[in-house]
Design a protein around this ligand. Structure first.
Ligand code: BGP
Length: 466
């Protein structure tokens, strides 16, 4: 089977991971700035210096027939304090980037929030604070209007669950809180209300473009499907990480099943969670105006029941086999024989992507369209005289594209696929040895080198088959 003529092949990036110039040209502070400095492992400057190198990266897209790029706008470049005063230099920068995209025949798919709430709002509770929701909506409105002639495809948030879990459960993103399921749930709800309000503004503004949200969706399988305890553990993790957000996105409310699991988890955590009827009104109204879902997918999980103490270890160095994830009363993620992993212990199981696409199609038939907005493989690329043989990455992407095609064959409306990442970029909790790019970045010289995967991807794009 071939890809449709209008299937979109892209490469993905995010502002903080590629731009560099984190405190230059009027950009306001984000929580990461201080956090990374204190941690002292690595910095986000100059990263891939996209702030200056974007013409080079967009030319590479053009040369390699990559027709779309995911870019995020750094909120604090536009509103350094999160709201109020506008930084014209930041506004102009994105105009230049979008114009360069179009000059190269590359369609920009633009995310408004990719892990980088301005520090002024982040330090005040981020999306646990209603003030952040209001500020986000103002920022979104500003961007819709300002870039309406240059941007057609919008996403509000990138990965609501990873923000919540990394900030409040796993503690790998600032403010680095651990095992606080209640705050994770509340912040997800806050972001989904912000998403809904932004979608309604977009609709009201009658813009010609399209809008949606991006979720990281990982399929949760019981380790032993015949063990009811494992089945329940997988169900709980799925509801917490996936279904809560899919309900909010497509139904605009949380089903009874979702709420009962969420309430149990929150209670076990010693917290409380209630939903304002006004939020539901807004979310329900907005649910019909999502034009598509962005789905990031890297891995699936096999879960077994776990009631011991919390124990999470993030493998942020690439030392294979060091990752641990045991969440009390939810479950333990385990390796499964026969399923390969990356050096960072991410399970390579492309069938999981297919299962998730089909689940959305069946459970939320109003989903309209899906774009795989991120998929790719973190790998310690060998660089020998400018030649990078990244066969494992090619194999990873190939398998995922094959399963994607199978989902299309089985009736799912999947419109596009973005490799994470276009070029090598900074990785939030891993730094620079975890590379994902189609293009290798020599961080010393900022020179780009196409990897074998870039040549392979071009062939797929040209042939429209994998
Ligand atoms: C997603 C994020 C990206 C990117 C990617 C790879 O969760 O949207 O920003 O970083 O994952 O993750 P990592 O860099 O942690 O390996």
């Amino acid at each position: 089977m071939k890809f449709a003529e209008d299937f979109v092949f892209g490469g993905a990036t995010a502002a903080y991971q590629c731009e560099g110039s984190t405190r230059e040209y009027g950009k306001g502070k984000v929580a990461w700035d201080d956090y990374l400095e204190k941690q002292g492992r690595f910095k986000a400057d100059p990263a891939s210096d996209f702030y200056h190198k974007y013409p080079v990266d967009l030319k590479l897209c053009n040369q390699f027939h990559i027709g779309a790029i995911r870019i995020s706008i750094a909120w604090s470049r536009i509103f350094p304090e999160g709201k109020g005063k506008i930084n014209q230099e930041g506004v102009d920068f994105y105009h230049r980037v979008f114009q360069e995209c179009h000059k190269n025949g590359v369609e920009p798919y633009v995310t408004l929030h990719h892990f980088d709430t301005p520090d002024a709002l982040h330090s005040n509770g981020d999306f646990l604070n209603r003030e952040t929701i209001d500020a986000f909506v103002e920022y979104a409105k500003f961007c819709f209007e300002e870039y309406k002639d240059e941007v057609t495809y919008w996403f509000t948030f990138n990965e609501v669950w990873p923000i919540a879990t990394n900030q409040y459960i796993e503690g790998t993103f600032p403010p680095c809180i651990t095992y606080d399921i209640t705050s994770a749930v509340k912040s997800m709800h806050g972001m989904m209300v912000a998403h809904a309000k932004a979608v309604l503004e977009f609709h009201k503004g009658n813009y010609k473009g399209k809008i949606g949200v991006i979720h990281s969706l990982e399929t949760k399988y019981p380790l032993d499907p015949n063990n009811p305890e494992d089945v329940l553990a997988a169900k709980k993790e799925d509801i917490l990480a996936n279904q809560f957000l899919l309900d909010a996105t497509f139904l605009g409310r949380y089903t009874e099943e979702t709420m009962s699991v969420i309430q149990d988890l929150v209670k076990m955590n010693g917290g409380e969670f209630s939903v304002d009827a006004k939020d539901i009104e807004v979310m329900e109204e907005a649910a019909q105006y999502n034009c598509y879902l962005g789905m990031n997918h890297y891995q699936s999980h096999f879960i077994k029941a776990y009631n011991g103490e919390n124990e999470i270890h993030h493998n942020g160095t690439g030392e294979k086999g060091t990752k641990k994830f045991k969440l009390k009363g939810v479950g333990e993620r385990v390796f499964k024989e026969g399923i390969p992993t990356t050096d960072w212990d991410w399970l390579i199981y492309p069938e999981g992507m297919y299962d998730m696409i089909m689940r959305i199609k069946n459970q939320y038939p109003n989903y309209k369209a899906i774009y795989i907005t991120e998929n790719g493989m973190g790998y310690k690329d060998d660089f020998e005289d400018g030649i990078i043989f990244d066969e494992p990455r090619i194999d990873y992407i190939k398998q995922h594209l094959e399963w994607l095609l199978k989902s299309v064959e089985d009736g799912a409306n999947v419109k596009g696929y973005f490799v994470w990442s276009l070029m090598d970029v900074f990785s939030w909790s891993n730094g620079y040895n975890k590379r994902y790019g189609l293009f290798y970045v020599d961080y010393e010289t900022q020179k780009r080198y196409p990897k074998l995967s870039a040549y392979w991807y071009r062939q797929v794009i040209d042939a429209k088959e994998v």
